[in-house]
Design a protein around this ligand. Structure first.
Ligand code: GTP
Ligand code: MN
Ligand code: MN
Ligand code: MN
Ligand code: MN
Ligand code: MN
Length: 199
């Protein structure tokens, strides 16, 4: 965990194995009409997962030596972690968002992708996720991120952001919600400020 530094895809690709490991994770999301309790707009359905280590993160994982590209590694991991529903997913280079390296001594480059699905496609993934090879092993369950704040100002996204996240996945989530405009920016900023980590 701790801080991480952004770098371009080209810079990231120069950090070669076996000195460096590469990992790819993806945000899958879909427009989601409707309101919670008839009141709070849902905005989008955005998927994360509860990992084996009790932390939240995105589906994906290490790119292995036999994977011919970052995206092939990512799609293999998505299939292992999300099951047969991921077979038709094909996350590609167009869905690439960012690369980061940790500030510490750990030599892992993390690449992040985001792909918009239809709500029906996302629901099919959810329906079939328990058939994944890694269900109950690396992945304890898929979850949707609450993209709203309840009337108490804490429930919803602020409470969600107070969980423990793997690596820089919390920052990946916040950045994606902002750049992809998955919820009103002012609500997002308030939620982030409220859950800012204390020094
Ligand atoms: P194994 O097959 O057991 O090695 O797991 P995996 O290939 O699925 O790897 P994993 O998803 O755990 O990701 C590899 C590394 O990337 C982890 O050790 C974390 O440090 C980091 N990581 C995991 N999930 C995320 C994520 O959502 N975002 C970011 N930035 N890093 C992550
Ligand atoms: Mn109820
Ligand atoms: Mn995995
Ligand atoms: Mn994984
Ligand atoms: Mn793996
Ligand atoms: Mn594995």
């Amino acid at each position: 965990m701790g801080e991480s530094r952004a770098l371009s895809r080209a810079e990231a690709l120069q950090l070669a194995p076996p000195d460096w490991q590469h990992a790819c994770h993806a945000l899958l999301y879909a427009p989601c009409p409707g309101r919670l309790f008839g009141k709070f707009p849902l905005h989008f359905a955005a998927l994360m997962q509860m990992r084996f280590d009790g932390r939240l993160g995105f589906p994906g994982g290490f790119v292995d030596p036999q994977d011919v590209s970052l995206e092939e590694g990512l799609n293999r991991e998505l299939h292992e972690e999300l099951g047969p529903g991921a077979a038709s997913l094909h996350v590609a280079e167009d869905h690439y968002l960012s690369s980061h390296v940790p500030e510490g001594p750990r030599r892992v480059v993390t690449h992040f992708y985001a792909k918009q699905l239809t709500l029906e496609e996302l629901r099919t993934l959810e329906d079939r996720a328990t058939q994944a090879k890694e269900h109950g092993l690396e992945v304890m369950g898929l979850i949707r991120v609450p993209l709203y704040t309840l009337s108490d100002g804490v429930g919803g996204l602020p409470a969600f952001l107070s969980n423990t996240f793997i690596g820089n996945s919390r920052e990946q989530l916040i950045h994606a919600l902002d750049t992809l405009q998955l919820m009103p920016r002012e609500q997002l900023q308030k939620a982030v400020t409220m859950t800012q980590k204390r020094p």
